[in-house]
Write a protein that binds this ligand. Structure first.
Ligand code: FES
Ligand SMILES: [Fe+2]
Length: 454
């Protein structure tokens, strides 16, 4: 057995050209610009984003499995805006500003649930699942001209792709399918629509939302901030840039980082990963380099055993590695066959130095005691993964530990320190290397929007 790739830069896992795993050519015009660090803290920059970016892009608002049945709804908050996403009786998914046309109150005050109708808590106006007005309290006390247009909830564009729900506040933006820069099948192959949210934590961080995105867009920092990952993860990831600011990094998992001196003995994390995939570590005779292919083989067999047909569309690499995929501008999804980790970085309504980090864990439930949730998914003891109950969103204020595990603890601390540093008179702007190409690509697309070019 062989590991199938060599950890060298530029990192290329060697997948055939034209496949979804293939290394994309590095754009010749990627440049070496140094951006003005004011983008990480200035109010002018924040205001420009509110004018030219947020209303123009498709924003990840939720997942389809959260609103499976008619009457189900979910609320998505983005800065001062809030959206109500509903499943109508026709089976359609619709999205509205969560704003009452009467006096502007929030119509819905819970994160998600199921209703027959929405009723505004202020004066009791009611609205149907398709946003139309159902009733006005004491309608006889209104001038009929004022309400002749039967004011309903203001609708926004809404579309779905691969089990994900997106909204767009702009009437002019291209359709979702043209805007997503990923090749067909890329996201669909994971069948996210059959996964359920099993944990959703929304924590507030003391940094600009882009300081957050940047920190999760590269693995260059792994050996320094998260040295514990080196026993089971390569930190040279395969970086690929796609159109419209989209990008991904493939992080090889199951391997020891090339930086680790001892490449002869298994790391305890590798042993644990083997056991989890159903390989008995005691009878495993391979070297650290043989672990990744052994896990892939075992997972392939498990896929067959449990009737997971979609595994057939995933490469061996996808069975072990994390395909950390960036949806411009503010989402990254860590993709695995068992489940996905959605990270969403949403700006604070008024403070450019705060953002909300949504961490949404989704799991594909298999109704068989032999198929359990992997420990590396980091779910707290006793988490219900059956998908029968959508867990409440855990809202965690700034300064309180979101309990997302050791690696995320390290990132919380890191991101706050970076935010402090980028404001210094002594900092002249980030010097991104090739391992940070995704940051360059992301900021370039952002600048295109802010200059009105998109
Ligand atoms: S603000 Fe909604 S009914 Fe008055
Ligand atoms: Fe990190």
């Amino acid at each position: 057995m062989s590991e199938g790739f060599k950890a060298q830069w530029p990192m290329d896992l060697g997948a055939p050209e034209g496949s979804l795993e293939a290394k994309q050519p590095r754009p010749a015009n990627i440049g070496k610009d140094v951006v003005d660090p004011a983008r990480y803290y200035s109010r002018e920059f924040m205001n420009a984003e509110w004018e030219y970016l947020w209303p123009k892009v498709w924003l990840l608002a939720g997942v389809t499995s959260d609103i499976r049945d008619a009457g189900d709804f979910t609320v998505f908050t983005h800065g001062h805006e809030q959206f109500l996403i509903t499943r109508t009786h026709d089976g359609d998914i619709r999205a509205f500003y969560n704003v009452c046309p009467h006096r502007g109150n929030r119509v819905c005050l819970t994160d998600h649930g199921s209703v027959r109708q929405f009723s505004c808590p202020f004066h009791g106006w009611t609205f149907n699942l398709d946003g139309t007005l159902a009733g006005i309290t004491d309608e006889h006390t209104y001038d009929p001209d004022l309400i002749r247009h039967r004011p309903g909830l203001g609708e926004v564009r809404c579309d779905t792709a691969g089990g994900l729900i997106f909204i767009n506040m702009d009437g002019e933006a291209p359709p979702l399918k043209d805007w997503i820069g990923l090749p067909p099948g890329y996201i669909e192959n994971y069948e996210i629509e059959h996964m359920n949210v099993v944990r959703h934590v929304r924590s507030e961080w003391l940094a600009n939302w882009k300081t957050g995105v940047d920190a999760f867009y590269e693995t260059y920092h792994l050996p320094h901030i998260h040295p514990q990952t080196q026993g089971v993860m390569e930190d040279y990831s395969q970086v690929d840039l796609y159109p419209n600011g989209f990008s991904r990094m493939i992080v090889p998992i199951g391997v020891k980082s090339h930086r680790v001196g001892d490449q002869d003995n298994l790391d305890p994390y590798q042993v644990a990963f083997l056991a989890e995939a159903g390989v008995d570590p005691d009878s495993f005779k391979g070297t650290p380099r043989d672990v990744r292919p052994a896990i892939q083989k075992a997972k392939r067999e498990r896929g067959k055993q449990f009737g997971l047909d979609y595994y057939d569309r995933l490469t061996d690499g996808q069975l072990t590695d994390s395909w950390a995929t960036g949806y411009f501008p503010n989402v990254q999804i860590g993709m695995h066959p068992e489940g996905v980790f959605i990270m969403r970085f949403t700006p604070h309504a008024t403070d450019p130095e705060r953002f909300y980090y949504d961490n949404i864990t989704m799991f594909r439930y298999v109704d068989d005691p032999g198929f359990t949730v992997p420990a590396w998914m980091g779910l707290p003891e006793g988490t219900d993964v059956s998908g029968e109950i959508r867990p409440e969103v855990e809202h965690v204020p700034a300064g309180v530990n979101p309990e997302l595990g050791e690696v995320l603890d390290q990132d919380v601390e890191l991101v706050a320190a970076v935010q402090e540093g980028v404001k210094s008179r002594g900092f002249n702007g980030p010097l991104w290397c090739e391992q940070e190409d995704r940051l360059r690509h992301f900021h370039r697309e952002l600048d295109r929007y802010l200059s009105g070019g998109a």
